[in-house]
Design a binder for this molecule. Structure first.
Ligand code: BES
Ligand code: ZN
Length: 646
């Protein structure tokens, strides 16, 4: 460990305060103190040992809400004298540790759990037994079980599933939660292959980010193999009453039987997306690509667990309008899973590049107009972030990445990364940029890299190769400076512009609802209409709009999200019952956190927001619970009236 994160953040702002200059020395150099070889979010001593392979043998214990069994790590010693292995854990109960030569008899070894850290969990320190000399590789077996509050796991009672009869559990390991269900080196800089035996109650099916077999008998014992090396945050598990439907030769969907048909219909285009992505960005080297549609409690839209993306059911809009989420998770098979950010400070390499690929896939499959609608919504989001996110978090390679749920900063790295790559594309033309991106994936396949490695590669293979177009310094502005460089041409969309004009006209009384026919609008256009409604707007106008367009009752979760944010901000009380239902229906953070926040910040409903949250907290994933708590605490600080003001 170097300095704790909060301390580092404090020091960075201290430097800014004292010297009056940004801590980064110039516009184009990274923070000198930043050590790309070390991950501040892990206790693991990866300079001394690295994991090569993991063997899991786990039972899914629903009554106790625990995974229990063993994790055996095959480690390589890098430092010839190192004798203490440090692993990451969080809220694990350790039963014992054994160590031995690879694949041979093991002997008990001394271990201890270190001091607990709020964000990082607890280091598990294991001493190699006296006299034991590891060869090239050796095995460490940890017997353990997880605890009910494990930050990665959500244990759903039957009542929170579609079928209502069977329990269900799933993991969400990104960014640093794998350690709450497996003791390991929890850093994206280390890649491992794995195999697993998972035991479930009979009749339930276990699935992993591995070689799932749609035909396997549901007999309660499942074997998995993941032969491609992956970072720990891509370890994933789920168990429940899952059925399977094919959507193509190499693609399919798992869901509870009640959602299976609707899911297979909504995501019927997955095979086409995969085929196109392979043609553009190189072979898909993972085997199958399936989706797992989870209950609405899933805290994200999607998670790119390899071979099996986990997906929120909130994109089952019934019209395939929200499938860019699938394009996004699929695109991670290249940007993120094949070429991985080495530390969380480099997350834009995963999310920004993926957002760029998503827009390109959407454009090729559904046309430029639709892709541009999504680009403009993302651009508007980025403008809002630039206004609200503290400047030190705004560089793509921000020195400190706030933890999950600590504020809205994350979205910044998606859109800013996407537009950085779009900007490069505009400078060099697609005929040069597309092959460059494909070659980049090939060059760093199965590797974890930092922003600086990317910049080096960019310079050598694009900037210097076609001199006089764009400089390394200009690229450095996106990577190491706040805001967006002034020479970027933002995306535009005629349909979204028309919706914004209609919203303004309606607000000003120039546009009559009778003359506003939105039946032909895309859901994205409708979202923009809602977002652009001017403030203030009399309640009668909100009532008329809701009555005519049915926002409160929409089946499209992006429309209800946008609407209920406005409802909460504007304190439009007649829609509160529907808003409260929305907050109970979904556990996806994007859909609910901003609504809680808007309520807490509207000047009158901070208490109501807390009450609604307390009533619903059992329905939410541990990650979502802390995100909402942070949002409510943040709102309280913002709206607090100073006690002894002037
Ligand atoms: N990998 C992310 C989810 C994630 C990011 C989990 C950071 C934990 C920490 C996933 O691919 C993602 O970006 N999901 C988005 C999809 C959207 C941008 C299309 C989501 O969940 O909304
Ligand atoms: Zn993503």
């Amino acid at each position: 460990m170097t300095l704790p994160i909060s301390l580092r953040a404090a020091l960075a702002s201290f430097a800014l305060f004292v010297f009056g200059v940004p801590a980064a020395e110039s516009a184009v150099t990274p923070d000198k103190a930043y050590d790309p070889a070390h991950d501040d979010y892990s206790f693991a001593n990866t300079d001394a040992f690295v994991t090569r392979h993991l063997v899991l043998d786990l039972s899914v214990d629903f009554p106790a809400r625990a995974l229990r069994g063993t994790a055996t790590l095959r480690l390589e010693r890098l430092h010839p004298e190192a004798r203490r292995v440090v692993l990451d854990t969080r809220d694990l109960v350790i039963g014992g540790v054994r160590v031995g030569p690879a694949g041979e008899a093991l002997q008990a070894s001394a271990y201890r759990l270190g001091e607990s850290h709020e964000l990082l969990g607890q280091p598990l320190e294991i001493d190699l037994p006296d006299g034991f000399e590891p060869g090239d590789t050796f095995d460490v077996e940890v017997t353990y079980h997880s605890t009910p509050g494990a930050s990665a796991l959500q244990w759903l009672p039957p009542s929170l599933t579609a079928g209502g009869e069977h329990p269900l559990v799933f993991s969400q390991s990104q960014a640093i939660h794998a350690r709450s269900w497996v003791p390991l080196q929890d850093t994206p800089a280390v890649r491992i292959t794995y195999e697993a035996v998972i035991r479930t109650p009979e009749g339930l099916r276990a699935l992993m980010s591995a070689d799932n077999d749609p035909e396997a008998a549901a007999d309660g014992v499942y074997r998995f193999e993941m032969p491609q090396p992956i970072p720990s945050y891509l370890l994933a598990i789920a168990a429940g009453n899952f059925a399977f439907a094919a959507t193509g030769e190499d693609t399919g969907v798992y869901a509870e039987p009640e959602l299976l048909d609707a899911s297979a219909w909504e995501f019927a285009g997955t095979q086409d997306m995969l085929d196109l992505a392979e043609k553009r960005y190189g072979p898909y080297d993972w085997g199958r690509y399936d989706l797992l549609i989870l209950p609405p409690a899933f805290p994200y839209g999607g998670m790119e667990n390899p071979r099996l993306s986990f997906i929120t059911p909130s994109v089952l809009a019934g019209d395939r309008s929200l499938v860019s989420l699938i394009a996004h998770e699929l695109a991670h098979s290249w940007s993120g899973n094949l070429v991985t950010n080495a530390t969380w400070r480099d997350i834009w390499l995963n999310e920004g590049t993926t957002s760029y690929l998503t827009a390109r896939l959407m454009e090729a499959l559904y046309g430029k107009a639709r892709a541009d609608e999504e680009r403009v919504l993302d651009w508007n989001g980025l403008l809002a972030d630039v206004d609200s996110v503290p400047e030190r978090f705004q560089p793509l390679a921000a020195k400190v990445l706030p933890s999950d749920g600590e504020g809205p900063q994350q979205s910044m790295y998606y859109a800013k990364g996407q537009f950085f790559l779009e900007h490069l594309e505009h400078q060099f033309g697609r005929e040069r940029f597309d092959p460059f991106i494909a070659a980049y994936f090939e060059a760093f396949s199965w590797q974890s890299i930092t922003t600086e490695t990317f910049l080096e590669y960019l310079d050598e293979n694009l900037l210097s190769r076609y001199p006089g177009i764009y400089t390394r310094e200009q690229a450095g502005e996106w990577l190491y400076q706040p805001g967006v460089p002034a020479d970027f041409r933002p995306p535009t969309s005629r349909t979204l512009q028309a919706a914004a004009a209609a919203a303004r006209g309606f607000g000003a009384g120039r546009v009559d609802l009778d003359h506003l026919d939105i039946s032909g609008w895309s859901p994205h256009t409708t979202v923009n209409f809602i977002n652009e409604l001017p403030a203030p707007l009399p309640a009668e106008k909100l009532a008329a709009a809701d009555e005519q367009f049915g926002f409160s009752a929409s089946r499209n979760a992006e429309i209800t999200r946008a609407w209920f944010i406005q409802v909460a901000k504007r304190r439009y009380l007649p829609a509160y019952p529907a808003m409260e239902e929305h907050l109970a229906r979904f556990g996806r953070m994007k859909l609910i956190v901003p609504v809680y926040q808007a309520l807490a910040e509207n000047g009158q409903d901070a208490e109501l927001a807390r009450e609604l949250f307390e009533e619903r907290r059992d329905r939410y994933h541990p990650i979502a619970v802390s995100a909402i708590e942070n949002a409510l605490d943040g709102a309280a600080q913002k709206t607090q009236i100073p006690e002894d003001g002037p």
